[in-house]
Design a binder for this molecule. Structure first.
Ligand SMILES: [Zn+2]
Ligand SMILES: [Zn+2]
Length: 353
């Protein structure tokens, strides 16, 4: 597992998701070399699956869960705060903290090992305990520290994220298998399908899911009183999206989710991204939606014209880099996502209109 670290860290401006997506997509070049480098990791994973080794938090977070935990908590508006590492580095996910009359509602928990530091940061703005944790999706950098909070904490997730967390076997990033045995009480009991409201007045939180996108169970968290929305990895940063098909994600579904969010969420000024280094504005989200439309439209046009996905990706990379300064348009991600558009349109039998 350690062998992966250098590859992940070399993906500047992107996060851990990319590596896995590349591994699953990249059947050819570089595959043999990677196999050699991960033999140890595979053997370890197999031993864990077989129940030969305990999945200790330290082992789970090897490499990333260790080392100094440096993050900060900043106010957004009213009783809403956010926690960010401010680095945009691999796995550096952003959290939302709502201090309510009944306790703290926390959105996401970062990688394993971050529980104590997250509680310490929250303790600098309130004496109230964390009573509710919303996980935006299954990935380890968003659920990794769930079990480092008290056992009585209420966990809220989309029903498909509960299913993803309940799997016995999954990819390392998807973070399943750690909520069994003594930790079974941490398996989220409160789930929703399309929409859920928690609390009222200043403490009201609205959860939305518009279908498969980054994964099969993404949650957009809206804080109406603070006019703020947390999009997590649906809008991870100003970059092409990571679509995790092994966790039920869909690139056309992602575009649909963005459209629905744009039409449904009202009176939002501030946007929290999954991994960005600063808060963004609603206009940034609108720009992100435009960028994604342009991407899918161009990919589809290339498909209609009978062009190879690789050639179309190169054209799109150049086009978007020009149209969206400030965005990271990684050629490898463009290639991967164009291939996803081709695949999904081919399977559905219909172009996107
Ligand atoms: Zn993710
Ligand atoms: Zn993430």
């Amino acid at each position: 597992m350690k062998a992966r670290e250098p590859i992940e860290n070399s993906q500047a401006g992107n996060d851990a998701h990319i590596l896995r997506a590349q591994e699953s997509k990249n059947g050819g070049r570089g595959n043999v070399r990677r196999q050699h480098r991960t033999i140890k990791g595979v053997a370890l994973a197999t031993a864990v699956v077989a129940g030969l080794l305990p999945m200790r938090p330290a082992a789970q977070g090897a490499g990333r869960g260790q080392g100094p935990k440096i993050a900060r908590i900043d106010p957004i508006r009213g009783n809403l705060y956010w926690i960010t590492e401010g680095t945009g580095g691999p796995g550096a996910s952003n959290l939302a903290v709502l201090v309510t009359d009944h306790g703290v509602v926390l959105v996401d928990t970062k990688n394993p090992g971050w529980g104590p530091e997250t509680r310490r940061l929250i303790g600098t703005v309130t004496d109230r305990p964390v009573t509710t944790i919303i996980n935006t999706h299954t990935h380890r950098d968003h659920t990794g520290s769930n079990t480092e909070f008290p056992a009585g904490t209420e966990f809220v997730v989309h029903e498909n994220t509960r299913a993803n967390l309940s799997k016995e076997i999954c990819d390392r990033l998807a973070n399943c298998g750690f909520l069994s045995g003594a930790k079974a009480s941490y398996l989220p009991r409160k789930t929703f399908q399309d929409r859920m409201t928690i609390g009222s007045g200043q403490d009201r939180v609205e959860l939305f899911n518009f279908g498969p996108a980054h994964t099969s169970g993404d949650t957009i968290v809206l804080f109406p009183a603070a006019r703020t929305a947390h999009f997590a990895d649906l809008f991870a940063r100003k970059a092409l999206p990571n679509i995790m098909t092994t966790d039920g994600g869909s690139i056309l579904g992602h575009l649909h989710t963005l459209d629905r969010a744009l039409a449904t969420l009202k009176n939002v000024d501030t946007v929290i991204t999954g991994h960005g280094t600063s808060l963004l504005a609603w206009q940034d989200f609108e720009e992100f939606v435009r960028m994604n439309h342009e991407f899918v439209t161009a990919a589809q046009a290339g498909m209609k014209a009978g062009k190879r996905a690789d050639d179309v990706a190169a054209d799109i990379t150049a086009l978007l880099a020009q149209h969206y300064p400030g965005y990271t348009i990684a050629p490898a991600k463009a290639t991967e996502n164009v291939a996803l558009v081709y695949e999904e349109i081919y399977h559905s039998g219909h172009y996107v209109h």
